[in-house]
Design a protein around this ligand. Structure first.
Ligand code: 5GP
Ligand code: ZN
Length: 121
């Protein structure tokens, strides 16, 4: 709709299917997909179906849909996550150029950190 999407935004276009993406999970208020330039295998993004540039621009109902999706995806990545010396992951969310934000539509990065010793690549 006109209210929640911005015509020139690449992530709004991904949500609408106007730019192809490798979709992972879609919910009422969120969309997740693989990052096109992954910094690790499985690097993915979770975004709200709402065009807001920064976290504080988002209505709470959109924010509330994101972390449960990130949790499901963290489990789906099948990392060896529950041992203290095993794999891990980072969730990153940049706001503003000075904080390394490039795409001005809120997005949460989920970046696997695989422990090479576990052999689970
Ligand atoms: P930022 O630096 O804004 O936090 O990160 C933006 C992220 O979006 C980057 O990791 C970049 O690779 C990803 N990205 C930019 N354009 C596209 C695209 O068209 N498709 C996908 N799948 N990811 C994109
Ligand atoms: Zn947008």
């Amino acid at each position: 709709s006109a209210i929640t999407h911005e015509a020139s935004c690449i992530f709004c276009k991904i949500i609408k299917g106007e730019i192809p993406s490798f979709k992972l999970i879609e919910t009422k208020h969120s969309y997740s997909f693989l990052d096109i330039q992954p910094t690790a295998k499985g690097h993915l993004l979770v975004i709200p179906k709402y065009h807001g540039a920064k976290l504080h621009n988002l209505p709470d109902e959109y924010l509330a849909d994101i972390l449960p999706v990130a949790k499901k995806l963290a489990i789906a990545l099948d990392l060896n996550i529950d041992s203290p010396e095993g794999d891990g992951y980072n969730i990153l969310q940049n706001n503003g150029r000075i904080a390394h934000q490039v795409v001005d539509h809120v997005h949460f990065h989920l970046i696997p950190k695989r422990d090479e010793k576990t052999g689970l690549i």
